[in-house]
Design a protein around this ligand. Structure first.
Ligand code: COA
Length: 140
């Protein structure tokens, strides 16, 4: 059952590694060690938390070079809060962030890899689905 939302607040760079891991695993992403999560957040360009009455209900991250290429990562809304426009708020916020922080003032690229079945969500956010997104898993 969905919860009726009052106000959703988007806050930059307050996400803890513990919450990052919790949101990932709550939505089917693999568990990752805390030191790994800590480093990932630190080295990312920005992360945002979506708060509902002060409670963390979603997140999103941008990684990349902060100029030419920006990549959306972990756009996540907790299951009981999905379908109420929070994902849209997170993505719109990050797109605005890119526009504000891009150095060229001309154009830049926002990329990402859509999880299976989420392509329609990104299309609704104005993204194009391209066939040549690639990824490689390496053992570390
Ligand atoms: C994908 C996700 C972030 C969407 O968040 P959400 O808060 O449920 O999405 P919103 O309510 O903001 O939806 C915005 C629009 O996208 C549409 N949409 C949402 N998920 C969709 C999907 N899987 N396929 C097609 N359209 C979708 C909604 O219907 C809505 O359309 P509307 O504005 O015309 O009504 C959320 O489902 C989630 O966290 N999933 C698990 C984690 C995940 O897979 N993240 C993506 C990683 S690539």
């Amino acid at each position: 059952m969905n919860i009726i939302l009052d106000e959703i607040e988007i806050v930059e760079n307050v996400l803890t590694p513990e919450d990052f891991v919790r949101l990932r695993t709550a939505t089917g992403f693999t568990d990752i060690p805390l030191p790994h999560a800590t480093r990932a957040l630190k080295n990312g360009l920005v992360n945002v938390s979506a708060l509902c009455d002060g409670e963390l209900v979603g997140m999103g991250r941008l990684v990349g070079d902060g100029a030419m290429y920006w990549y959306l990562q972990e756009i996540i809304v907790l299951p009981e809060y999905q379908g109420q426009g929070i994902g849209r708020k997170i993505v719109n916020y990050l797109v605005e962030y890119v526009i504000l922080h891009s150095s060229t003032g001309k154009f830049t690229t926002i990329g990402g890899v859509s999880a299976k079945g989420k392509e329609g969500f990104y299309q609704k956010m104005g993204f194009e689905i391209i066939p040549n997104g690639i990824k490689k898993m390496v053992e570390i």
